[in-house]
Design a binder for this molecule. Structure first.
Ligand SMILES: [Zn+2]
Length: 424
């Protein structure tokens, strides 16, 4: 028998949207990084093993961030009174240019990895910059921290300041080199990352589409984040039927594609997303900060679109995914308050928690990493032990403790972080 670990506690997860599953005083039996089972009683064959008691707090699946920009970690909160395109021009692009300097990347990226870990986001899908060496450093840093991630070298060959602009040929070649360096790694793997349609020529996007198919790599980009950006795309790509069709026409829309924001989509575009099996990533913090709009999350959930949740730091202002969970709920409430005539349904805390764990986990599962995101037998045992430090006289149910953590807790309440059975 390989190494087996037993954890006792109050376990909460969301294997499906819409309902928290609470298992009080249960014991998780973990072998080779995976959950064997979660039961009340310890089976006879494991009864001689010690049980690690996680106390009266709650144990939840660790968080997954499906959309985050590592270089923007240093600009969190800066310039957020602007709209997207001005903010990119004035803050993001100058900030990202600093990563031409490898020493800068070596100093900054470990801080990003440490913060992901601190906030309990043990898996993530991350944007680097256009720079090859710095983005390889980012991958190494995340791997060294013991985290699991996809990392993308960003592509931009037009409508970009000269100090970041690549030629189409160099952008493609460097991306191929980057991806080949990371293919088949254990902790960190590559993802093809055209920044967004306005900053890439059709030729570059088509080349990247072919690369993703040839190397069987996932793709991430931004889609329909603001109305002015969507209008710009329709001018830049008059041949394509819609913003979503631009990516589709270039071979970038498939079951391994993550499209962040997707606020202003037509029914036809949603049909196309579903037909291709792509995933839409909701980034509520960023969408409010940049006054972009509100994704109709309830509608997408009801339609059965593949959905995930992202912090989108630095347009989002925190790497704490528990904040994004609450922001997703609050955004959906705002939509109902502001546009009652559209009959948007409520998005519950369990719906949003599902996205940050199981929903986001599906992407990793489908990309060959093995199942994760909940406490089901056979899944990677990824967990956070939460203790809200309540006084002894207070009796609070495990579910109320989790609600309190999501709304009012912080990283001080995360006591243990476990990824694939390993305490980090
Ligand atoms: Zn983004």
């Amino acid at each position: 028998m390989s190494l087996v670990t037993l954890y006792k506690g109050h376990f909460i997860d969301t294997p499906t949207p819409g309902e928290f599953r609470v298992r009080k005083d249960a014991v998780a039996i973990v072998e080779a990084g995976k959950l064997l089972f979660l039961e009340k009683a310890v089976p006879e064959r494991f009864s001689s093993l010690p049980v690690k008691d996680l106390g009266e707090g709650v144990v939840i699946p660790s968080f997954i961030d499906l959309h985050v920009h590592a270089p923007q970690h240093m600009q969190m909160g800066a310039g957020l009174d602007m709209g997207l395109l001005d903010w990119l021009e004035n803050y993001t692009y100058p900030g990202e240019s600093s990563f031409a300097d490898e020493d800068y990347a070596r100093k900054i990226y470990p801080l990003f990895a440490a913060e992901l870990l601190r906030q309990g986001s043990l898996r993530s899908v991350v944007y680097g910059t256009v720079h090859l060496v710095s983005t390889l450093i980012l991958a190494q840093v995340l791997e060294k921290a013991g985290l699991i991630a996809f990392v993308g070298k960003v592509n931009m060959d037009r409508n970009t300041p000269d100090y970041l602009k690549e030629t189409s040929e160099a952008s493609f070649k460097v991306t191929e080199t980057f991806c080949r360096r990371l293919v088949g790694r254990n902790g960190v793997r590559p993802i093809v990352t055209p920044r967004f349609a306005p900053s890439c020529t059709e030729k570059l996007m088509e080349d990247l589409g072919r690369l993703s198919q040839r190397l069987d790599l996932p793709v991430q980009s931004h889609l329909s984040e603001t109305l002015s950006e969507a209008q710009w795309v329709s001018q830049l790509f008059p041949e394509s039927r819609s913003y979503t069709h631009v990516y589709n026409d270039c071979g970038l829309l498939g079951s391994g594609s993550l499209m962040a924001h997707a606020i202003f989509l037509s029914d036809e575009e949603i049909d196309l997303i579903m037909e291709r099996g792509a995933t839409l990533v909701h980034c509520p913090s960023a969408n409010i900060n940049l006054s972009s709009g509100i994704m109709p999350l309830g509608r997408y959930l009801d339609r059965g679109v593949n959905l995930g949740l992202g912090s989108d730091v630095g347009a989002g202002h925190t790497l704490a995914m528990y904040r994004s969970v609450v922001q997703a709920v609050q955004s959906a409430k705002l939509l109902r308050i502001l546009r009652p005539e559209e009959n948007h349904r409520a998005v519950t805390l369990s719906d949003a928690f599902y996205l940050a764990t199981m929903g986001n986990g599906k992407f990793f599962t489908n990309q060959g990493w093995g199942p994760c995101g909940a406490f089901e037998p056979g899944m990677s045992f990824d967990a956070l032990s939460i203790d809200m430090g309540l006084p002894e006289v207070v009796e609070m149910s495990p579910l109320n403790q989790l609600e309190r953590f999501l709304y009012a807790g912080d990283d001080r309440h995360i006591k243990i972080r476990i990824l694939a059975g390993r305490e980090l």
